[in-house]
Design a protein around this ligand. Sequence first.
Ligand code: NAD
Ligand code: ZN
Ligand code: ZN
Length: 344
Amino acid sequence: MERKMQAAVVEQFGKPLVLREWDIPSPGAGQILVKTEACGVCHTDLHAAHGDWPVKPTLPFIPGHEGIGLVAAVGSGVTNVKEGDRVGVPWLYSACGHCEYCLTAWETVCAQAQFGGYTKNGGFAEYILADPNYVAHVPTGLAANDAAPIICAGITTYKGIKETAAKPGEWIAVSGVGGLGHLAIQYAKVMGLHVCAVDIDEGKLAHARLLGADIVINAKVGDPAAAVKTATGGGAHGVLITAPSLAAFKQGVGMTRKRGTCVLVGLPPGEFPVPLFDVVANCITVRGSFVGTRRDMAEALAFAAEGRVKADIELQPLSSINRVLDRLQQGEVASRVVLEFASG
Ligand code: NAD
Ligand code: ZN
Ligand code: ZN
């Protein structure tokens, strides 16, 4: 095996990624090495490269947490994954396995959790080191390119919709219909919900309609919270905010029906004002949601393998990563870009 690989590396926050050689890691005990076939580009990679959040990754690092590939080598003691298996290396890279959160299937909030493409090097590279206990198992028949967006955008929205507790026949409003939101619409329809899609881009809204959104609302026109309330007869039972924009958060709380739940998923840096009287007097729940558990991962992937949810992808080579990130920043990516790696 060659000892160097190509990687796109964040060397400084706010600067373009550097395409360069990087040592291929070798799997130690309990680790595996994955040869990357595809890796989706999430808006989180932009936040990571900009150093947007309070807890910052250590420089230099390789982003990417929608990496899919074939297991190329296994370290000693690995029994649950074998060479040749197709796996995904997700945001939830690993967790401790024995704290109160891990024991109750809330490994996503484990204090020892590591994050792919953030605290651990990720999929913008030809190889990824992974923890076999936390990789996604890609079902047979689901292509690597199609699986990539599911392991972050898919699982996050699938879990987020569950966290709204909206029931079949009820309304969900999805604010932001980019990489996450275009999958949220599809999961919501499969889950029997009526969908109101909200974005600031007419192209995204037209796409949302094609994906099954019952109503679309342009948040740049008038008062989007009032528009959702009118369209849904009193507000959405569940609201899922994926937009990386603080304005969307206040609007999202305003879209929520009495006794409904507004789930916050987008992660723009900063804070947003919560209208206390409305939240209290209308018994509204405002709740954060962070990716999903390994069980959520298996469920989210199963919907994709059954063909009931399909990511709309644009394929690009790793070498185009800086152009892709610029377009993502400008809102010019239709749904999800997936970096495709040469096989063999
Ligand atoms: P994206 O850039 O693909 O999509 C964002 C969409 O939001 C775009 O369609 C954009 O037009 C729309 N938008 C922007 N401003 C808006 C507004 N004011 N109202 C409505 N829509 C608006 O991004 P993505 O990859 O879908 O990620 C979205 C956010 O979710 C990012 O902040 C990312 O970090 C976060 N994220 C969170 C989790 C989690 O576990 N909570 C997981 C993945 C991503
Ligand atoms: Zn992501
Ligand atoms: Zn734990």
